[in-house]
Design a protein around this ligand. Structure first.
Ligand SMILES: [Zn+2]
Length: 240
């Protein structure tokens, strides 16, 4: 996730693990020793990491690592690299140190892989955002109007309500710049993500979406994230 130089020869490495969440450790002599850390401490690498926990200190010791996948495709152009950085930042905000979530690990891994494989950036972005937020506890409730309680039947437009993390019917709310309208196709697509038992973001298989759906969900997702996480992501400005 992040690498920082520490003194003359060490590196401070922040990494995301499947079983222990986000961790921080010192790779002693990593700037000199390419033997113990051969090309595996770069950003966005999938790596087998051998590390040691220290009882009294928050920082781990990294002993060695072995590269599994460097996802080199991510480094081919700036917008893909920026999106990967953004995904890492969103993961950091949703998951404090040592909070493990296997689903989140898989999502991040699959998303990096999809970017590496040249999947459409905007589509990977919204699939990642919607699922990461859901794993973090912020699912958009699409089942009913949050004002009058009427069940949404899958017909007609609805208005996205960021403060509720849900929708409203057209009788109760009007479309504004911070409350965009969702078409039935948008809602159906979102519901598919939430209800899917298998991953909608696999390396080679990805849930498709029409360009119109992508641009609407991009707006909705941005409002949803900024409202509930109460911040703008630092890397967000490099995306559009
Ligand atoms: Zn209503």
């Amino acid at each position: 996730m992040r690498i920082k130089e520490l003194g003359e020869s060490d590196l401070l490495v922040t990494f995301f693990t499947e079983d222990k969440g986000r961790l921080k450790g010192v790779a002693k002599g990593a700037k000199r020793s390419r033997q113990r850390f051969p090309n595996c401490l770069d950003l966005f690498c999938l790596t087998n990491m051998e590390y040691e926990e220290r009882k009294t200190k928050p920082l781990l010791f990294l002993h060695s690592c072995r590269l599994i996948d460097a996802f080199v495709g991510i480094r081919q152009d700036f917008s893909t690299f920026a999106l990967a950085s953004y995904m890492v930042e969103l993961t950091e905000i949703l998951f404090p140190l040592s909070v493990a979530d296997k689903k989140m690990f898989k999502l991040l891994k699959n998303s990096l892989s999809a970017l590496h494989n040249g999947q459409q950036n905007d589509l990977v972005r919204i699939l990642f955002e919607i699922q990461a937020m859901a794993i973090g506890g912020y699912t958009i409730n699409l089942s009913k109007c949050h004002v009058c309680g009427r069940t949404y039947q899958g017909k007609g437009k609805a208005i996205f309500l960021r403060s509720e993390g849900g929708i409203a019917c057209l009788k109760c709310k009007r479309e504004t710049s911070v409350a965009p309208a969702l078409e039935p196709a948008d809602i159906k697509w979102l519901a598919k993500i939430y209800s899917s038992k298998s991953s909608v973001l696999n390396e080679n298989k990805i849930l498709p979406a029409e360009q119109k759906i992508i641009s609407t969900i991009k707006r909705v997702s941005k409002l949803h994230i900024e409202y509930h996480l109460a911040q703008k992501l630092k890397t967000g400005k490099y995306l559009d």
